[in-house]
Design a protein around this ligand. Structure first.
Ligand code: GAL
Length: 415
């Protein structure tokens, strides 16, 4: 016989199990990591769009910028035989899951709506597997941005920096003015986001050779040593409490004037807009000095797991995500730019218009590259190896020369 306590546990387990399975065939259960203010606001645009089409939403948020924690949670769900219907995913992670043969096929909706013609090749690289559509790209973010508090910039001379040297002088001036020059959160993916931009600032060829081709000579050469020297300079511009800070709290420091700038993907713009700030008036967006005309990108895509029920809801969600009107409304709030080339820029602000123009320019001049920090340059094992070295160096474990050598070793071991 069960004890009363045992019975209570059994009953509450049954209630929890019932709650976990209330998703109907017309619902989508969506695993994502959009939990900051700006991200949640963008997600609402999607929820409302779907609800207008009779598709219900079961939320499975897993906090953690860059999505590492979300990917761990996903692995656990799939291993338990209980994959969510739809999952936010980046770059090489999509390829990995596609290779496991567990993703649904979106060819019908893609054909009906002509995705082939409007999604840029750089994104199709991740949205298709063996010629089949397996993901719906909702946006394009780029990581080589700097977001500067306008008053702090004015107090530091007023000129947005165009070169590394000018950037360092502006940050020095901000320090003298008594604020933290660089708002940063010490988390591996955030350190790596800075690293993306600094590597790109050494030139397109160098970014390609080191981050895409993983050429040991580029990974361990003199330019990489200079990259790590610059990372050390950036490290000297953060406050004492940077360790572990979430990226949106770093954005808040720039918003409230406690810090001068943040070097972060354009999801940070979602926070600025959510706080009611206006580009050019309250904040300034520039490309990381030395990367003008080039873009390191990442694209959030929704993959649909091959599950028994809910296929119609999945197809409806995929169609919604790719709708031109939705792509405009969503990306205006999210800070990103549309994943299709035929969406007008009318509703975007100054930085959004710039983001769209920069992406087109980079795409046509050979300056468009997948972001290492955000899973679009190399598979997760290599990305994690880069994270480890970049973070260890940022925290003072290696000198620049040592870090460059460690990078060669770590990447080689991960390949
Ligand atoms: C990125 C993702 C963005 C944004 C960011 C911070 O990896 O592509 O959409 O959410 O993480 O959470």
């Amino acid at each position: 016989m069960k004890s009363v306590r045992g019975l209570k546990l059994t009953v509450s387990a049954a209630i929890m199990a019932a709650a976990a399975t209330t998703a109907t065939a017309s619902d989508v259960e969506v695993l994502h990591w959009w939990t900051s203010g700006g991200e949640a606001a963008a997600l609402n645009v999607l929820k409302e769009d779907l609800s207008g089409k009779g598709v219900g939403w079961q939320d499975m948020p897993v906090a953690g910028g860059g999505g590492e924690a979300a990917m761990t949670a996903l692995r656990a769900r799939v291993t338990a035989g209980n994959a969510p219907t739809a999952v936010q995913m980046l770059g090489f992670d999509i390829k990995d899951w596609a290779n496991e043969g567990v993703l649904g096929n979106l060819n019908d909706v893609a054909a009906a709506e002509g995705w082939d013609d409007v999604v840029p090749a750089a994104l199709q690289e991740f949205s298709k597997h063996d010629g089949n559509w397996i993901a719906a790209p909702v946006n394009v973010h780029s990581t080589n941005w700097v977001w500067i508090n306008k008053s702090a910039l004015d107090a530091a001379g007023g000129k947005a920096p165009e070169t590394w040297e000018e950037m360092v002088s502006v940050m020095e001036a901000m320090k003298e003015n008594g604020i933290t020059p660089l708002a940063h959160g010490g988390q591996a993916w955030q350190d790596a986001t800075l690293f993306d931009a600094v590597v790109l600032s050494m030139g397109n060829d160098f970014y390609k050779a080191s981050m895409i081709d993983l050429d040991p000579e580029a990974l361990g050469g003199e330019q990489m040593v200079e990259v790590f020297n610059r990372m050390a300079t950036l490290r000297s511009m953060v406050d004492d409490n940077f360790s572990g800070r979430d990226w949106n709290l770093a954005s808040a420091m720039v918003i409230n004037g406690e810090a001068g700038m943040q070097m972060m993907g354009d999801w940070a713009k979602g926070e600025f807009l959510k706080a009611g700030l206006t580009a050019e008036e309250d904040f300034v967006c520039i490309r990381f000095p030395g990367t003008q005309g080039s873009v390191t990108f990442n694209s959030d895509q929704f993959v649909m797991f091959d599950i028994e029920e809910g296929g119609d809801a999945q197809q409806a969600m995929a169609a919604s995500v790719m709708d031109p009107g939705f792509q405009s409304a969503f990306n205006v709030v999210k800070g990103s730019v549309p994943a299709r080339t035929d969406v007008p820029n009318d509703d975007f602000g100054y930085c959004g218009k710039k983001g769209m123009a920069d992406l087109a320019e980079a795409g046509s001049n050979g300056g468009l590259f997948g972001s290492m920090a955000h899973g679009h340059a190399a598979p997760a094992a290599v990305k994690n190896a880069v994270y480890d070295v970049v973070t260890a160096h940022f925290n003072g474990e290696f000198e620049a020369e040592e870090a460059a050598q460690e990078l060669v070793n770590a990447v080689e071991a991960a390949m």
